[in-house]
Design a protein around this ligand. Structure first.
Ligand code: FE2
Length: 284
């Protein structure tokens, strides 16, 4: 088994999006524009409602999937297909926008803290104009595994010890795990060779080291760590507990034409999306 080495350590960039939601962005920045098939990775987390309450009013998506995973607080959503609901702590919403969806994502004022992540996953050319699809999984329906060494894993997508994650039938064959590793413990997880993989360390009083780095560099949260190719990743904690997301997926290796919430293969397809939006024919 070949352990994957760390190829990049990304410092999240403070930015804002939507109607002024403050967030930390690690993919879709000058440093890391695209990590095929992942187009964007945001961490929104604040105790202060002014940082998030304006939310993400109605906006379109085409050609991608958006994945929202909540740690705290709640986000109310509704869309052009007639879906609506509230995503709460521990819930995940995996939305395949396909050919087009209009939706809004508005944080609720609930106890002050809002914390969570949004990941954008690119769709292959043959699925870019597919029918929109939702997988919305409540916290209690996400398998949780506890190992003898105290490692705890919530399996959102992918497989751990033959336990299948909640989200299935996604083109990128993704892994999406929320992992807790106690102090001075190693976590090892196989990821198919050729797939893109990253970890996002989001909470730790201390630091963690990725042993597969072979250089013993200690990395503090919050940071996004990109792994090179291999069969497995290994992450070892220092004197503190760590929580991180482990995400992987099959790269598309296709041309990318990108304009805000539209991600297609050609500029002509982007023009078409804008034209459809102007003509009111965006949602098919
Ligand atoms: Fe959105």
């Amino acid at each position: 088994m070949m352990l994957r080495k760390v190829t990049k350590v990304i410092e999240p960039e403070a930015t804002s999006d939507g109607a002024g939601v403050k967030l930390k962005r690690s993919i879709a920045t000058q440093t890391l524009d695209y990590l095929d098939p992942f187009l964007l990775f945001d961490h929104f987390g604040s105790e202060n409602p002014d940082d998030y309450i304006a939310g993400f009013p109605f906006h379109p998506h085409r050609g991608i999937e958006t994945v929202t995973y909540m740690l705290a607080g709640a986000v109310k959503h509704r869309d052009s297909s007639g879906n609506s609901g509230i995503i709460k702590a521990g819930d995940v919403q995996w939305m395949t926008a396909g050919g087009g969806i209009m939706h809004e994502e508005m944080p609720e004022l609930e106890g002050g803290r809002l914390d969570g992540f949004q990941l954008w996953v690119n769709l292959p050319a043959h699925l870019k104009m597919s029918k929109p699809r939702y997988q919305e999984i409540n916290a209690e329906n996400i398998p949780a595994i506890e190992k003898d060494d105290g490692v705890r894993i919530r399996v959102i997508a992918g497989t751990v010890d033959e336990v299948q994650g909640s989200v299935t039938g996604i083109a990128a064959a993704p892994t999406y795990l929320d992992v807790f590793v106690p102090a001075t413990t190693s976590f090892n997880h196989p990821i198919p060779a050729g797939h893109t993989a990253f970890a996002y360390a989001y909470a730790s009083a201390g630091t963690f080291v990725v042993i597969s780095d072979n250089e013993g560099n200690w990395i503090a949260a919050p940071h996004l760590v990109v792994f090179g190719d291999g069969d497995a990743v290994q992450i070892t904690t220092s004197a503190d507990d760590l929580r991180f997301l482990l995400v992987s997926g099959q790269p598309l290796n296709e041309p990318v034409a990108r304009y805000g919430p539209f991600v297609m293969n050609t500029e002509a397809e982007i023009e078409q999306a804008l034209l459809d939006l102007r003509r009111g024919t965006f949602v098919r």
